[in-house]
Design a protein around this ligand. Structure first.
Ligand SMILES: [Zn+2]
Length: 97
């Protein structure tokens, strides 16, 4: 039975061969998933997997909703918001929604 702190599914087991020829089990942290767009689910570019380990300025794109929405979804949402605000009756024609 492994030690209590290793009995978690957030660690993955790795078989290692020691210099003496024995095989032992090492435990490593699992990698984190990619950050994804909140609307379409595609991976976000410009957002590292480990934001805590990089400088604050390179953690996410410097635009509204950067690191939350992808560029295409943000563009679509902004256009939709403007159209809904100023010309609600032409929304169907422009967006085809
Ligand atoms: Zn998106």
């Amino acid at each position: 039975m492994p030690r209590l702190r290793y009995r978690t599914r957030s660690l993955r087991k790795i078989q290692k061969r020691t210099p003496g020829g024995h095989r032992t089990v090492h435990y490593e942290k699992k990698g984190t998933n990619l950050y994804r767009c909140a609307i379409c689910g595609r991976p976000l570019f410009g957002v590292p997997r480990n934001p805590r380990e990089v400088p604050r300025s390179s953690r996410r794109p410097e635009r509204p909703y950067g690191g939350y929405l992808c560029a295409e979804c943000l563009r679509k949402e902004l256009i939709t918001a403007v159209i809904v605000k100023y010309a609600p009756n032409i929304r169907e024609k422009v967006l085809g929604v």
